[in-house]
Design a protein. Sequence first.
Length: 305
Amino acid sequence: MANLRGPHLHTPLTLLSSDRDALSRVDPAMVAPGDDARYLVSRAGETAFQEAEDGSLQLALETADPRAGGTQPLVLLGVRDGLRILAVEILETSAEIDDPGRDLRDLRRIADQLDPADADLALTAVAMGAWHRSMRHCPLCGALLEAEVGGWVLRCRDDGSEHFPRTDAAVIMAVRDSEDRLLLARNANFRNRFYSVLAGFVEPGESLENAVAREVAEEVGITVEEVEYVGSQPWPFPRSLMLGYRAWVPGAVELTLQEDEIAEARWFTREELAAALAAEEIEIPNNASLGRALIDDWYGRSAEA
């Protein structure tokens, strides 16, 4: 991984180290069965894991093709210790393909427990699985698509058009006021007591910094005067790239919540946040998310320590 200069937050999902071996994807043999192939099964945001002898979690890489004669495309994730790692997305529960002994777990809940190289493979498998699950037909003519280039390209059988994996840019920001209080909000779709920093998707035709200002204005009715980029993180649920920012607003301003979007929002001092967490009045994101990294960055250490 290249050295990064300037203000940057690290989360378990940015310290990634797998060799994707992207130049080998054009070779069809790279996704063919063989003794050097290992398979990582995923399904709708879940991936297959096993417990190591020390109790830690690690990827469950299978030696036999788990498709059992199915036609799911294989995706070349990369090479590890001379072995080709191939992702297989299971589309639905099947007695033939869904091994009852396979331990599929929600990656969002356990990503922070993984070795960075395992997290890298799992995140890519989940992201590519979501793409293959949603892109079965050509958006131009409706014909079936066929996987090429190690599963990283889909080609239309009829018109020959190529289609590539999609990543949606989203900004996530820790907004502070002149008293250095942090703004946390509960989205209307969040479970009760779950608060996080604000976030939203980047719209066509706007810069990342403009997206930060627009989202803050739309969701809580305040004007951001300064923003600072601090890092990025893949979030393949189903296909986002989170771009993290610190942001500041002048004064101690009142909030106007976006109807049907933000259920609750409030400013927290560090003492108030610690008290709310200790009393279990609120929950905050787990250690796998950039949202949690932004909260801890403002707090000065782990907010739940």
